[in-house]
Design a protein around this ligand. Structure first.
Ligand code: BG6
Ligand code: MG
Length: 213
């Protein structure tokens, strides 16, 4: 079936927040005396905030932490992360990404966001993209994070598009698995190319203009 709609992951696809996540988690890990590096940070791609915390806590050697303490740690990280997000500006969404989005819209495709992040509204606002997408499905309207397909299934429902007519664009293996599991076509960019599970592998964001002719 032909592609009618494109659902984009946000972090690592539309903009690059990896370093902000890393810096904020690193401060939290240092405070707790937990080893954390960029390789571990890469495992957090596409994974929800609390699931990310659990991955970081694999290296924690102290007494078991209560649910309240874990929530406090996640909040500490998120406050630092939001301070960093507040330094973002529209130019943090590249010209190539903007041009490609506009061209896809000109070609008649519906465009949506499908992100695990609860900070999606703030990020879109900082990039000057609030209200641009035809639908936004994010960490605020889901109960299961990627690789569960929920976030993309909800985005497709918001668009009114059958799953088979949606293309999911992702930089995380968890996100490619989510798109495949939801019965959508998938396009990998960046780190997600390495898992070779997507229908399309992209070198550049503008490759979408070849996939969606
Ligand atoms: C995803 C990121 O987009 O959002 C993950 O790739 C992150 O690394 C997840 O953990 C949740 O983000 P937030 O902003 O809700 O803490
Ligand atoms: Mg991502």
């Amino acid at each position: 079936m032909a592609i009618q709609s494109v659902i984009f992951d946000l972090d690592g696809v539309i903009c690059f927040t990896d370093q902000f996540h890393y810096q904020a988690w690193k401060k939290m890990a240092d405070k707790m005396g937990i080893y954390f590096d960029e390789v571990i940070n890469n495992r957090l791609r596409g994974v929800s905030r609390m699931a990310s915390l659990e991955i970081i806590l694999e290296r924690y050697e102290g007494e078991p932490l209560s649910v309240e303490k874990k929530e406090e740690l996640a909040e500490y990280k998120n406050d630092l992360y939001r301070e960093l997000l507040n330094t973002m500006k529209p130019s943090d969404c590249s010209k190539v990404v903007r041009r490609t989005l506009h061209e896809l819209r000109n070609r008649g495709y519906l465009l949506a966001i499908g992100s695990s992040s609860k900070n999606t509204p703030l990020i879109l606002e900082r990039l000057g993209l609030s209200g641009f997408f035809d639908a936004v499905s994010d960490g605020n309207n889901i109960t299961h994070s990627k690789p569960d397909p929920e976030v993309f299934v909800k985005a497709a429902e918001m668009l009114g598009s059958p799953a088979a007519e949606c293309l999911v664009v992702e930089d995380a293996e968890a996100g490619i698995r989510a798109g495949n599991g939801g019965g959508m076509k998938t396009a990998a960019i960046g780190d997600a190319v390495n898992c070779h599970l997507a229908d399309y592998e992209m070198e550049h964001f503008s490759d979408l203009l070849k996939i969606c002719e």
